[in-house]
Design a protein around this ligand. Structure first.
Ligand code: ATP
Length: 362
């Protein structure tokens, strides 16, 4: 028997929204499964928040369909108001009610018998580790504690879907990582389907099961964080996640010849100009031996020489910038800080071939 395909909790089909001459959302289709975190990731202005607002029901799409748990909540004239969509919200500027204590903040959206409400509040405060603050008022809590209460409040009515828009941006770095992990644990335990909006690749990679990379109102690539990071769709997608090095080449016989050796360009027609793209952490460096480089392994390709122009110690790693002998261009390497190269020093660079991306140049 064929296993049943699980039904998505949230489905968007061809959502569109214009503001005057500007198209903010240009045909977005996406599904979010129960117990999964899907992340809309992209630069400022690419349409993430507008998409989220349309799902929440506070913005009306020009066209497209939104389905929650198999029930259509928006399609042409059909329109279910926000409060009837069973959607929880957690936004950057979330605010707890200042005049209510923690327990009453969490209980705010709950209806039903008092005992059941109290049990749900206690269960959630336990989950977010705030049992000890049940009678505190928001002004008596730290930012991180307030965030935990906000999460408990958003989850209290057991929303089928949780929308989060940059929910951790008000926190300092260390606390943010901690709260991200805790939030994820709570969301997974509740089995909620989550759509998270962020412009930070690190946040998306840490939290998401699935990333939808957005640009100019469209989803340009979608997949697990590992796959998007390691197989970006184009140069911009690669560069969105980290610094990248780019060298230029031309394809001949499904190969492109560079000072670092040959790179495969399967299916790319002869004569196509390409960018060979690699991240600084995939560059290996070695000493100059009287003008000669090291003997590389097959995976490392041909070594090319550069002169150190800048070296920044960053703890476990150092970031080194080289000016390359072959064309004077600058390439960056992130290398273990076993030694910090001196400016002016000649060194040999090798590129891990299997970590390079070859994209036709636009
Ligand atoms: P950010 O990360 O900065 O919040 P975003 O990716 O969430 O950005 P949106 O807020 O969805 O982007 O905005 C997408 C585009 O639509 C932007 O160019 C923005 O200026 C425009 N826009 C959004 N809301 C409105 C509005 N109410 N009226 C006019 N233009 C708007």
């Amino acid at each position: 028997m064929k296993p049943e395909t699980p039904m998505p909790r949230l489905e968007m089909a061809d959502l569109r929204r214009r503001f005057g001459a500007r198209t903010a959302v240009d045909g977005v289709s996406l599904s979010v499964m129960a117990g999964q975190v899907t992340c809309l990731l992209g630069p400022s202005g690419c349409g993430k928040s507008t998409t989220l607002r349309m799902i929440a029901g506070v913005e009306r799409p020009d066209s497209g369909r939104i389905t929650v748990d198999g029930r259509t909540v928006c399609d042409g004239a059909l329109w279910v108001p926000p409060e009837d969509r069973s959607i929880g919200l957690m936004f950057q500027d979330f605010a707890l009610f200042p005049h209510l204590d923690v327990a009453r903040n969490v209980a705010f959206g709950l209806t039903g018998p008092k005992r059941a409400v109290q049990e749900r509040v206690e269960e959630l405060l336990e989950r977010v580790g705030m049992t000890g603050h049940i009678s505190a008022y928001p002004h008596e809590l730290s930012g991180g504690e307030q965030q935990r209460v906000a999460l408990a409040r958003a989850l209290a009515p057991r929303p089928r879907i949780m929308l989060m828009d940059e929910p951790f941006s008000g926190l300092d770095d260390r606390l943010r990582d901690e709260i991200r992990d805790e939030t994820l644990d709570v969301l997974k335990a509740e089995g909620t389907a989550v759509l998270l909006v962020t412009h930070e690749p690190a946040e998306a990679m840490r939290m998401a099961d699935e990333i939808a990379l957005m640009r100019d109102g469209r989803i340009v690539q979608q997949g697990a964080p590992y796959n998007i990071y390691n197989a970006p769709a184009d140069l911009a997608a690669a560069a969105f996640f980290s610094d990248v090095n780019v060298i230029e080449g031309v394809v001949r016989g499904a190969l492109t010849e560079t000072p670092f050796g040959q790179f495969l360009a399967p299916g790319v027609p002869d004569g196509t100009a390409v960018d060979i793209v690699f991240r600084p952490q995939h560059v290996k460096i070695d000493f100059d031996r009287g003008g000669r480089g090291p003997n590389p392994t097959a995976a490392e390709g041909t070594p090319a020489r550069g002169i150190v122009r800048r070296a920044r110690f960053m703890g476990a790693e150092s970031l080194v910038e080289f000016q390359m002998d072959f064309d004077g261009s600058i390439l960056k390497a992130r290398v273990p800080s076993v030694f910090l190269p001196r400016v002016g020093m000649p060194l040999w660079l090798m590129v891990r071939r299997e970590r390079c991306f070859v994209f036709p140049r636009h």
